[in-house]
Design a protein around this ligand. Structure first.
Ligand SMILES: Cc1ncc(COP(=O)(O)O)c(C=O)c1O
Length: 382
């Protein structure tokens, strides 16, 4: 028997629920991906670059043209001046960027603070680096930071605090005031921040995303991660980026070059061209997804589920306490999938110690209108 380095890890719930959805023919609102394609011009550009010889290794840190576009974008949105050469690295997905940032920072015995619910890749990445996670619960129903608990969780071994805003699965947002407060809290400590901002452009109701890039005191000790997959509706392309000050970027690239060395060449060419030609895509994205959120929430208004419209991401949490309070959220997810034909994700899988009173599941609304109408009709019939 192999002595596993990750003994408690099985198949993720996302794979399990997507498989169950496929087996049962349920509408899949579980795993977070659109059921529509990315822009035609972007997909055509990939075909073009494959056909015209852009198929060999790109520079390790990413195509200069794409890094330049990322630097221009973060200046436009967050007023941040970052060096495309020394601070931007293109990676095969945000997950890989997070993994590399964790390996670059975390040493055996170090502690990493993660907020619960938390995205599932963080803890295994910390464990593989020899560190351990300290779980700090967010406060339901708004899923904000409990500052006292965060303060209490910070100790001499704390090396990293993981942020995720907009937050998967709750959709909650951190504000600039939150970022400034965090910067103050860790100002005199040797603590770094990894900020997972993959849903940075999915923020609704006219609110502006508060990026760590717009908070110089935090950025000085941070890796800021994003994903082209989320932003351009192409999650299967697994292409993302990480921005960090030059000294941190140097350390990150030492890991990145031996985890994957680079991200896929023709995808990078296509993204660079599309970003230059269609800057409006980013401006239109919040309204595009807000229309889906609003439609889905309006339709669900007729159901017995309780909810507050998600402020960000393409996930909507719904409370089923008035429907089947007897079921745990895992049981509820299986019941909804098998009996009512809608696959979802239980919130407890994002938590080390789930609150036993929570009765919440996560639904993904990155779907075509007919999918949302069909799913809502099934949920309203319960
Ligand atoms: C919070 C969060 N971080 C990271 C990722 C992964 O992004 P990528 O597909 O670019 O690796 C996801 C994808 O679901 C996510 O929800």
């Amino acid at each position: 028997m192999i002595d596993s380095k990750l003994p408690n890890l099985g198949t993720t719930i996302f794979t399990t629920m997507s498989q169950l959805a496929a087996e049962t023919g349920a509408i899949n609102l579980s795993q977070g991906f659109p059921d529509f394609d990315g822009p035609q011009a972007l997909r055509d550009a990939v075909a073009h670059h494959v056909a015209t010889g852009h198929n060999q290794y790109p520079p390790m840190a990413g195509l200069p043209a794409l890094r330049e576009q990322v630097a221009l974008k973060v200046q436009r949105f967050y007023g941040a001046q970052v060096s495309a050469e020394h601070e931007v690295t293109i990676t095969p997905g945000a997950t890989q960027a997070i993994f590399c940032a964790i390996q670059a920072l975390v040493r055996p015995g170090d502690e990493v603070i993660v907020f619960n619910p938390t995205y599932d890749s963080y803890e295994p990445s910390v464990q593989l680096a020899g560190g351990c996670c300290v779980h700090v619960p967010l406060q339901a129903p708004a899923f904000g930071i409990d500052w006292q608990r965060l303060h209490d969780a910070i100790g001499p071994r704390t090396r990293v605090i993981m942020l995720n805003s907009p937050h998967n699965p709750s959709g909650a947002l951190l504000s600039m005031a939150d970022l400034n407060r965090l910067a103050e809290l860790i100002a005199h400590r040797d603590i770094y921040v990894i900020s997972d901002e993959v849903y940075e452009h999915l923020v609704y109701d006219g609110v502006a995303h508060a990026s760590v890039l717009a908070c110089p005191a935090l950025y000085a000790r941070a890796f800021v991660v994003s994903s082209f997959g989320k932003t351009y509706h192409v999650t299967g392309w697994k292409t993302g980026y990480v921005i960090a000050p030059a000294v941190l970027t140097r350390e990150l690239r030492k890991v990145h070059q031996f985890v994957s060395f680079c991200a896929v060449t023709p995808l990078q060419w296509a993204l660079a061209g599309f970003m230059a030609a269609h800057p409006e895509h980013l401006d239109e994205l919040p309204a595009f997804y807000q229309a889906k959120r609003d439609l889905f929430c309006r339709l669900l208004g007729e159901s017995q589920f309780g909810f507050t419209p998600a402020p960000g991401t393409y996930f909507q949490l719904v409370d089923y306490a008035d429907i089947r309070p007897d079921l745990s959220d895992v049981e509820m997810s299986l019941w909804l999938t098998r009996e009512h034909g809608v696959a979802c994700i239980p919130v407890s899988v994002f938590c080390q110690q789930p609150d036993p009173n929570w009765r919440m599941v996560r639904l993904c609304f990155a779907k075509r209108e007919e999918t949302l109408r069909d799913a809502a009709a099934r949920l309203c019939a319960i």
